[in-house]
Design a protein. Structure first.
Length: 147
């Protein structure tokens, strides 16, 4: 497995993995592939975001991490936000490599902080321990209500 920056033509494969992760983690089926692909192409072209992929020997993506940078509205700090992070069983063991590449990108782009979340259906004590071992601390939770 090799971890590298995704090219724009690889975004459809990333979006398919993101749809699987979203539907698995939320139990919802409203993931919009067109919207997602358009957002990531925009982020790649603007430099505001990045997508790293883990590819197998056939150069087929088997895992990815994607995120973007933005200013915190309260503090002004530049925050790199992980949006999706998914590893297919074929890429097991490469999740941390993907996160490390994202962290390097964040530092290289002047980000003051890195934020990452986990969908409630995927969260367990094991995830918390992994994040804490990597230097992350639990700071907030989101509650969502449909209108």
């Amino acid at each position: 497995m090799q971890v590298r920056k995704a090219e724009p033509h690889e975004i459809p494969a990333v979006v398919e993995m993101a749809a699987v992760a979203y539907e698995w983690g939320t139990g919802r089926e409203d993931f919009d592939r067109t919207v997602s692909a358009g957002n990531w192409i925009h982020f790649l072209h603007s430099g505001q975001g990045v997508v790293f992929i883990a590819v197998d020997e056939s150069n087929i993506p088997a895992g990815f991490i994607c995120g973007y940078k933005s200013r915190n509205i309260d503090t002004g700090l530049l925050v790199a936000q992980v949006w999706h992070w998914f590893v297919d069983p074929r890429a097991k063991g490469h999740g941390i490599s993907l996160l490390r590449r994202f962290e390097f990108w964040a530092r290289s782009n002047g980000c003051d902080r890195i934020a990452t979340g986990c969908l409630v259906k995927l969260w367990d004590e094991r995830h918390r321990k992994i994040y804490e071992k990597l230097g992350y601390k639990l700071e907030s939770m989101n509650f969502v209500k449909e209108n």
